[in-house]
Every structure is written in structure tokens, then in C-alpha cells.
Write a protein that binds this ligand. Sequence first.
Ligand code: GLN
Length: 314
Amino acid sequence: MQPLEIQATLDDLHDKYRPLQAGTLATYIPELALMNPESFSICIVTADGQCFKVGDFQQLFTIQSISKVFVYGLALAEHGREKVLAKVGVEPTGDAFNAIILDEKSKRPYNPMVNAGAIAITSLTKGKDPTERWKRMVSMFERYIGHETVVDAPTFRSERATGHRNRAMAHLMLNFGMIDEKIDDALDLYFQQCSLAIDCVDLAVMAATLSNQGRNPFTGVQAVPSCYIRDILSVIYTCGMYNFAGEWAYKVGLPAKSGVSGGLLVVVPGRMGIGIFSPLLDERGNSVRGVKVSEEISQRFGLHLFDCNHQETS
Ligand code: GLN
């Protein structure tokens, strides 16, 4: 893949899918309902630090569920594989991301990419008080992004005011002793992580860091111990696209995670990270243009992990 070919492909895909108006904005809070449905950007960052971008890639949006990927990495780094696995499983659910269900037998949430699992993972963040825990979390995100970031305060306030379903999940897990009593602190931390403002380039740099064994290709900073990259990528490969994860794995064949504000993070292990932002969502909560663009990038560049020919298939 030559640099000119990558940029030409991004330009072409942006032109091709810009007219696609299918899908709807998330409306559960006003801040998401007010997003511009026309917003559309694609960015690729290679593991050796080349950056290709098209569209309104400086447009900020809230990271939402994509944050779950990185907070899972933080929990693994802070507690190790065994303890994290004892709290949250690694099974895809086939249910919606906000389903209020736990594994019948173990009482664990099914995986860290559904809301219940993500809240349980967030509750594991170390620190003596909420401020210290948030600081740890933010500095983790900044290792991936490579610069300072802020929380979008209106989004945070709305998430917190309306997050009754997430509260219900936290109470259910408290009932089974799967998280500790400070559920309001855990939920605030979860709403804060979801409200982090990033742009499409940040998203691609974060994906590239995951593709590069946890090392940010621009700053050289190790964002997460490399031994946990396989855990993170396996979980997002099987659970990252909600109840579309199976079809995604079959068609695109790359670890990925979407968020309800329209961000989509795709990792090509060892090679590159892809960030796509377009807020019109399909019925499962995935970006419509994001899914289309990913399918084409995977196909055109032969990126499907199990495509042994590494060439275009029909
Ligand atoms: N803040 C959202 C929630 O907790 C994140 C969900 C998402 O992006 N799918 O419901």
C-alpha cells in the first residue's frame, strides 16, 4: 500500500459515501440529537506514524462506547487478567449494548463492551477518591491520544441526568456483589469517560496505538502494557460492534469498536489504525457510513485477518 494510494482511497470513499443519508442520530440526550448529520471524516494512521485524512476531521465528538476499549485495558493493567475475568466475561451477547442481563450462572456481565460490563470494568479503576480515579483514567486516554483532552460538560450532565438504565444495571450488579457499593461514583466515572471529546484523527491515533502493540506511533509512549493488546483486540473482535459483531467479523474481519455518537475505531494489527466519524446510526447503533467505509477499506486493501490472499475478493 503506497501513501498516494491510501489518500486516494480515502478521498474516493468520502466522495462515494457523503451522499448516503441513511440512519438516524442518537436522540437519548439533546447533545447527540444536535449533531450535524452531514459530519463525515475518515483518518488512517499507520503503525509507523503516517497520517491520512479526509473530511471534517477536526470536528469534536464524544467518544461514548469507544472509551470502553481503553478502560478495559486500564483495568487489565491495574489488576491483571484473572481478576478482571472474574468480574466480567468475554462472551458476545447477541443482545443490544444496553440490555439489562447478566450471565445466569456466574452473575458476571457478558463482556466489557456492553454497558453492564463496561460499568463493572470502570468501577475497578484504582484511586483513593473520584478525582484521583478520573486523573488516572484521563492520563491513560492521553497516552493513547498524545495530547490533553477535555470532557464535554453538557454531554456529561445529560448522561448523568438520564442514565437510568445504566443505574439499573449498576444496582443489579451490586445486588449480586459484582461491583462495590460506590455505584454513583462508578457511574459518574463511566459517564465522564463516555463524554470525552475527541476528533477523527485522535480516534485513528488511538487505533494505531493498539495496532502498534500499545505504543503511540507519534510520541513513542507505551499507553498500555503490550501483553494486554491481545486481550483487548480479541474482545473487540468478537464484541465490539454490539449485536452486529458476527456479521462484522465475517465481512470486515478486523477488531473494531463503535460508539453512539458515530465514531468507529478499527484496528489493523501491526499495520494501522482507522478512525471514522459519521453520526447517522443504523438500528444497532453503528455508524452507517462507518460500516460501509470499513467494508470497502478492508476489501480494497485485502485487510480481512483471515484473507490469506490479501487481495480484493468479490
Ligand atoms: N453513553 C452511552 C450509554 O452509556 C454509550 C453507549 C454507546 O456508545 N453505545 O448508553
